[in-house]
Design a protein around this ligand. Sequence first.
Ligand code: ADP
Ligand code: MG
Ligand code: ZN
Length: 626
Amino acid sequence: MAIRQDDNRPNRRFGIINLVLIGFGVLLLFSNFLPNQAAQVPRVPYSLFIDQVNDGHVKRAYITQDQIRYEITDAEEGAPSVLATTPIFDMDLPQRLEQKGVEFAAAPPKRPNFFTTLLSWVVPPLIFILVLQFFARRQMGGGAQGALSFTKSKAKVYVPDEESRVTFADVAGVDEAKTELNEIVDFLKNPERYAAIGARIPKGVLLVGPPGTGKTLLSKAVAGEASVPFFIISGSEFVELFVGAGAARVRDLFEEAKKKAPCIIFIDELDAIGKSRSGSMGVVGGNDEREQTLNQLLTEMDGFSAQDKPVIVLAATNQPETLDAALLRPGRFDRQVLVDRPDLSGRKKILDIYANKVKLAEGVDLDKIAQATSGFAGADLANLVNEAALLAARAYRTTVEQGDLNEAIERVVAGLEKKSRVLQPDEKKVVAYHEVGHAIVGHLMPGGSKVAKISIVPRGMAALGYTLQLPTEERFLNSKEDLEGQIATLLGGRSAEEIVFGEVTTGAANDLQRATDIAEQMVGTYGMSDTLGPLAYDKQGGSRFLGGPSNPRREVSDATAQAIDHEVRGLVDRAHERALSILHGNRDLLENIAGKILDKEVIEGDELKELLASSTLPSEAVLTPA
Ligand code: ADP
Ligand code: MG
Ligand code: ZN
């Protein structure tokens, strides 16, 4: 049985409180006994008392509401001289006593004595506090922490030692993130150099990416590379039962960290405290606690500025869009590092890391495994290798074989299917053509964007693949041709599916939504329709800010409504025709790029540029200024 040292403290405090309580209880009892001292005085009948008064034997009497105590003059030897009797209602008594020359006095009206008053005020609250404390202790779970220590930060501290140190070598497939974080390592190692030149060391770095991609691992690696202590706490641990506890914990955490600086604080699940404050308005129930915690975090991050002893706050989230804008301001989490799911070569490297930890059979081909695990995050791959090792061990084999790995893929996929999408090979093919369709049309159409990257690595639930278009220049105004080009580009994915497979899938739903939105805005908001003229048919209402994409329409006649629908339809149809003719005209290129991307999953940079440069714009698809 392990008895934790901490257990003693709260118990002793408990004991003291109990002792005080018991003391008060005894006093209370005692004070109840006080009037009962009279019980020792012999009681006599009232008639005897009157007789004695009449006979002049009574020297003095003391009258209270429920007792008369009196002293007699001629008590016999050994007999008590003080007697008591119970008074009866007798208005003549004072007169009689006076006549006989008895010295008498009445007690003041009965008043609660000071002690009982005090006790009645002190004891109930004490009991109340005691009960509260009891529950608070249970609430803390385990009771290792005292009732009053719930404001202590629960951060765990790792001081990296040589053996358990995590380094960048343990993380693979996230090279861009590593490059960025390398800079942070340098800040932590040589703060003087930066301080000397007057450079401001960043305080906060936000790691953004889906679960299991190695955000926690990366921040541990930063601490490991820089050989500094590492505080780790989850956002949800800040926010608990007691209002104000979260804020106190933040304060405590930074207090501790400053003592150990230079060091790293890692806040996992930042979204648990950092949710947009305005976004949560109107939600019933207490966000106070979270808000206080968030405010405290912002205050602390603004507060410290010791250049030579940096405390760098790393945080992780998979919902960056929900974060409060205040968190992302300069001096806070102004750096953001994307930690994305690994591509083919990244997956191979991660598999290599974990395969090194198990015994692989001769001739196992990890490339094949990497190819079959599109969409897996680092954690899934680690899990996969472990599953394979378990399978091998169960079959009493001493090495992991290709078959084990293949079976493990299926197991992991089965577990993943609910969480995120894992593409089947035939789906992957559809996604490849779809994305290349977007890319070719996007390259040839105006709209101010250049196609920078095509990927068929699934990202979350919504997008199975994506084509990244980067604007070539800042643009505030779009011409009618630009917008028509954008619609055509959005329809490029579906058009490619039509051309290659002769049918369409559900994957294009989001594209169609956006294309239709643009067309509606062109007609209804921007007045770009020749037949309907420069009228704004959509009302710009406040509802836009509540996230509804569709504006309410102005009151229009049925005929106008029909005309609007007709125009919108016409815009989308023409764009579709354009996309189809572009893809028909570049059919070979479509096949070529799709084949490449099925191999590599990602095409970007110069390679993509060269491929797209060979595309041609058919004359019927040329957009002419109206
Ligand atoms: P996150 O914090 O992004 O949810 P973690 O860092 O907790 O993910 O990853 C969980 C585990 O998965 C890690 O401990 C590590 O074993 C493995 N892992 C995840 N990503 C990688 C990666 N890029 N390289 C190597 N291992 C990884
Ligand atoms: Mg994590
Ligand atoms: Zn698409």
